[in-house]
Ligand binder design. Structure first.
Ligand SMILES: Nc1ncnc2c1ncn2[C@@H]1O[C@H](COP(=O)(O)OP(=O)(O)OP(=O)(O)O)[C@@H](O)[C@H]1O
Ligand SMILES: [Mg+2]
Length: 500
């Protein structure tokens, strides 16, 4: 069975490929009620990990658990073994590698989907935030594989939502207006992408995003407003936040009050006050969209942007589409199933017979600080920027004669480059390789330090090779051409694997 799977911060949604249709898989909770998602929650019961609805119940009973693991994945330093703690701060806390935890969660998802669909083999196109670092891509793919899925491909989430929009709204797209902006406000992340859909082949022109903005921040604002209004016993922070999430999801366009139901009391907060407190969150998303929305605001008659497609569960909060419509007018559309659009788009990508396809771009750039003298002399080279197309693997190779006996390569990712090519936005280190261009040092295998570095005449020839695969994963290899010694790393692994 072919599927699209959207591993979300709060909800995991799976859509099936079924003869030209893309139905969303229904999961049963412990009361037998069906839902179009599996909660992205894990917990510990009697020493064993449980996931999804079972984990939600366990956490409600006070057992150690964890929500929103995906937020930890966005840490640029993340690797498969980065520790995460379930029940942090309690005496029953359990610490486990994030990759292992995710693989166990996805193993549960795999078993559930097999049970529901009766299919044995599950092949999936999986999603990842557009601005995800290489480490996040790597850990996500590995966890899906470990869980038993065959990974057909990885697509940026907004690109997937663009495919779903193209299928649903093809009539708003015409030969003149072929571009759409996907506004995706999920549980923990915000992504916006400009997608061009000419005919059935789409192309992501540009994406921007925030790793730290989503529906959970709206829960937190509500919890902060509720705390001073409590008159009875103060619930645990987790219980209060959960009650706030439920209250927030109950807000309708005509609601006057947000009602937070707690075991001992109901806290009432006027919607107008709550919305005012939330406005800065929505404005952050608008600000982050700046580079894309300038295209929309320029003379609407001549703009080739057909509209803004709003997806992600947090766009169900009435304030969000209202504010976006105030700013951008009538061309704002809400997806009929805001939590399912991404998974449906991923399923479209997984369907070998679908006429719709999409070409992605890197959406983050990466480059290398080449330090010939441990920081004394530094050159920065952009190896690929956010415009790089990802339809097929890209290889970049460079050769030069080294001027020192040791080279230090510090790899960084950055959000985007200025028109003149200078990296801008957050610059995050994600790997380092130290390469001795010296046979004796290569053979000794000892740890090198700055005192070992000195300039050399007639140094060894070096070759750097970078391969960027269509999922956006980067691998780097640096070879001493004189001796054949090489060091390589896949960005996201624990440490470079050194081969001789
Ligand atoms: N009716 C609703 N009103 C307001 N918010 C809602 C509603 N339904 C869901 N949400 C919020 O939407 C968020 C989840 O959205 P979604 O399922 O799109 O996120 P996700 O895909 O899990 O996360 P991400 O895309 O950030 O990884 C949660 O914060 C949830 O509270
Ligand atoms: Mg999402």
């Amino acid at each position: 069975m072919d599927l699209g799977i959207d591993l979300g911060t709060t909800h995991t949604v799976a859509a099936m490929v079924d003869r030209g249709n893309f139905p969303v898989v229904s999961f049963c909770d412990e009361d037998g009620d069906s839902h179009d998602h599996l909660p992205s929650v894990s917990a510990v019961v009697d020493g064993d990990l449980v996931h999804g609805f079972e984990a939600v119940t366990a956490m409600a009973q006070g057992l150690p658990g964890i929500r929103s693991v995906k937020r930890f994945l966005s840490d640029p330093a993340v690797t498969f073994s980065t520790p995460v703690t379930l029940g942090a701060g309690t005496d029953r806390a359990l610490t486990i590698g994030i990759g292992e935890l995710l693989a166990s969660y996805l193993g549960h998802l795999h078993a559930q989907i097999r049970q529901i669909t009766g299919a044995d083999e599950l092949r999936a196109v999986i999603g990842v935030p557009a601005h995800a670092h290489t480490g996040q891509r790597f850990v996500t793919i590995e966890a899906f594989r470990t869980a038993g899925f065959e990974v057909l491909g990885m697509l940026n989430e907004p690109s997937a939502a663009g495919l779903e929009y193209a299928l649903r709204q093809s009539r708003t797209l015409n030969s003149r207006r072929t571009r759409i902006i996907i506004y995706d406000l999920g549980g923990g992340t915000f992504d916006a992408s400009l997608v061009d859909m000419s005919g059935t082949v789409g192309e992501v022109i540009d994406s921007v995003g925030l790793n730290d903005l989503g529906g959970e921040d709206f829960d937190e604002v509500l919890a902060t407003m509720a705390r001073p209004r409590l008159t009875m016993a103060v619930p645990s922070p987790d219980a209060l936040r959960e009650a706030c999430r439920i209250a927030k999801e109950g807000v309708r366009p005509q609601s006057r009050n947000v009602l937070i139901d707690l075991p001992e009391e109901t806290v009432r907060i006027p919607v107008a006050e709550y919305e005012e407190a939330c406005q800065p969150l929505v404005d952050r998303s608008v600000e982050a969209m700046g580079p894309l929305s300038s295209l929309l605001q320029s003379d609407p008659a001549r703009s080739d942007v057909a509209g803004i497609d709003m997806v992600g569960g947090a766009t169900s909060l009435p304030l969000v589409p209202r504010r976006i419509r105030d700013l951008f007018g009538r061309r704002v559309h809400r997806a009929p199933n805001p939590t399912g659009s991404t998974a449906i788009g991923l399923a479209i990508a997984a369907d070998p017979t679908s006429p719709y396809s999409i070409r992605d771009r890197l959406s983050r750039g990466f480059g290398v600080f080449r330090e010939t003298n441990w920081g004394q002399q530094v050159a920065f080279d952009v190896l690929a920027d956010q415009h790089l197309r990802l339809d097929s693997p890209t290889t970049i190779t460079r050769r030069y004669q080294s001027r020192h006996n040791i080279g230090v390569y510090r790899f960084v990712e950055f959000s985007r480059t200025d028109p003149d090519g200078t990296p801008r936005g957050d610059l995050t280190p994600f790997a380092q390789i130290v390469v001795p261009f010296d046979e004796a040092l290569q053979r000794s295998g000892r740890t090198l330090n700055p005192d070992d570095v000195h300039p050399v005449e007639d140094g060894h020839w070096a070759e750097e090779t970078y391969t960027i695969d269509p999922s956006g994963m980067v691998s780097a290899e640096i070879t001493d051409l004189d001796t054949g010694w090489s060091a390589s790393t896949t960005m996201g692994l624990d440490r470079p694997v050194v081969r001789q």
